[in-house]
Write a protein that binds this ligand. Structure first.
Ligand SMILES: [Zn+2]
Length: 106
């Protein structure tokens, strides 16, 4: 019988929340996975077996307890990924270039 990490299941659901989506600078799979992985590293796993229907019962039972913790970690992770995205080239427009500050030194 396969087991799943309930924290991950809930985190994937919460990651689709519009409030969180607003914090994300980029919605590609890479950045979403970065946010998810970063948040899950800070959260305790809750493993459950996937019996038919049982999974959903447990999700509903755990949701209120875990949701605020998961939401907090996802929010922090989203902010960190947004300031340090793994892939370049998708948002350098507002970066201030620091190269051109004087040229030659005598
Ligand atoms: Zn991205």
């Amino acid at each position: 019988m396969p087991i799943v990490n309930m924290t991950e299941v809930l985190a994937r659901q919460i990651l689709k929340d519009p409030e969180l989506q607003k914090l994300l600078p980029c919605h590609c799979d890479q950045c979403l996975d970065d946010v998810l992985a970063m948040a899950l590293n800070h959260l305790p796993p809750r493993y459950a077996t996937t019996d038919e229907g049982q999974l959903y019962v447990q999700v509903e039972y755990l949701r209120p307890q875990l949701r605020s913790d998961i939401l907090r970690e996802l929010t922090q992770a989203a902010l960190r990924v947004s300031s340090h995205p793994h892939h370049p080239g998708s948002g350098d427009a507002d970066a201030s270039p620091a190269e051109d500050e004087g040229g030659l030194r005598a």
